[in-house]
Design a protein around this ligand. Structure first.
Ligand code: NAI
Length: 328
């Protein structure tokens, strides 16, 4: 049998953690042949709740679950981690300014980046889910100078999956008929879901849909504001679909994108498509052999350009704000 992979999950006692851990332990993150050892990282006040979740994980008798350890500090939590899912974050509360939010999260993601740098395994792969995900990923990455920058990613796969279903419904096709959809920019309301390069059963998706009004006034805002719509409907945030997207993100990163398709990931920009180098922005990426690459050479029309630029501008502002706070 294979050596277990160490998977660290922060915010393990939270809503997403509860939806995520059972799927990791049942083999959906890394596949049916890979045993996992879970390392749950929580703040001290939530360790007891994490212990309760660990009891339930034990009670599932998952064949692939090789062990569960619970930690209240990042140094121990990330020691030996092969995969790290950074879910725990400081949510925005009423009256909180953006600067306060960024500062509070800097206090979480800076020490976590340092701990990853100090003690994670050489093959560490990091996915940041906790919001503001792109900028939290940037902070962690900047405090892990010995880890290749491309190992730090931010989650836009939930946005990608949301866009897939909205497009499939509009076109009257199955999600499996759609390829090459892209989320560009920030995981925020400025994100840009792009169907101009998407294919529906081999045809250009924008041509198949042929409805700019729907694109601008329905599709884009529906995808971008979906999180708020779910809170409004459920009275709670989108935890299960977020957990599902985290599973998809890592699974695709490890196992690769299908031939003729790509996915969306927040990754460190190399300057492609006018996105300033170093920002963690969502791009179309192809994954192969455990590595990602930004898809190159796509034509960006005027409609897309303006929207990509607006979201990237927001990312640059967030970066400048955390720089001013001394967090990077
Ligand atoms: P939650 O509030 O239910 O759980 C968060 C957990 O993180 C809590 O148990 C808390 O104790 C823990 N935590 C806080 N600081 C920590 C630290 N320094 N170390 C370890 N754990 C810590 O929140 P939920 O619903 O699970 O969401 C988690 C995050 O994911 C939020 O920031 C949310 O905005 C974000 N999110 C991101 C999405 C994306 O698409 N990128 C989608 C949905 C949610």
């Amino acid at each position: 049998s294979r050596t277990p992979v160490n998977v660290t999950v922060t915010g393990a006692a939270g809503q997403i953690g509860y939806a995520l851990l059972f799927r990791i332990a049942s083999g959906h993150l890394l596949g049916p042949d890979t045993p996992v050892r879970l390392r749950l990282l929580e703040i001290p006040q939530a360790v007891k709740a994490a212990e309760g979740t660990a009891m339930e994980l034990d009670d599932c008798a998952f064949p692939l679950l090789a062990g569960i350890d619970i930690f209240d500090n990042p140094t121990d939590g990330f020691a030996g981690a092969n995969v790290a899912l950074l879910v725990g974050a400081r949510p925005r509360t009423k009256g909180m300014e953006r600067g306060d939010l960024l500062a509070a999260n800097g206090g979480i993601f800076k020490p976590q980046g340092e701990a990853i740098n100090a003690g994670a395994a050489d093959d560490i792969k990091v996915l940041v889910v906790g919001n503001p995900a792109n900028t939290n990923a940037l902070i962690a990455q900047r405090h892990a100078p010995d880890v290749p920058a491309e190992r730090f990613t931010a989650m836009t796969r939930l946005d990608h999956n949301r866009a897939l279903t909205q497009l499939a419904k509009k076109a009257g096709v199955a999600v499996t008929d759609i390829a090459k959809l892209t989320i560009w920019g920030n995981h925020s309301a400025t994100q840009y879901p792009d169907i101009f390069h998407a294919r529906i059963a081999g045809k250009n998706a924008a041509d198949v849909v042929d409805d700019r009004t729907w694109l601008a006034d329905t599709f884009i805002p529906t995808v971008a504001k979906r999180g708020a719509a779910i809170i409004e409907a459920r009275g709670a945030s989108s935890a299960a679909s977020a957990a599902n997207a985290a599973i998809d993100h890592v699974h695709t990163w490890v196992n690769g994108t299908a031939d003729g398709d790509w996915t969306s990931m927040g990754v460190v920009s190399d300057g492609s498509y006018g996105v300033p180098e170093g920002l963690i922005s969502s791009f179309p990426v192809v994954c192969k052999d455990g590595a990602w690459e930004i898809v190159q050479g796509l034509d960006v029309n005027e409609f897309s350009r303006a929207r990509i630029d607006a979201s990237v501008q927001e990312l640059a502002e967030e970066r400048d704000a955390v720089r001013e706070l001394g967090l990077i």
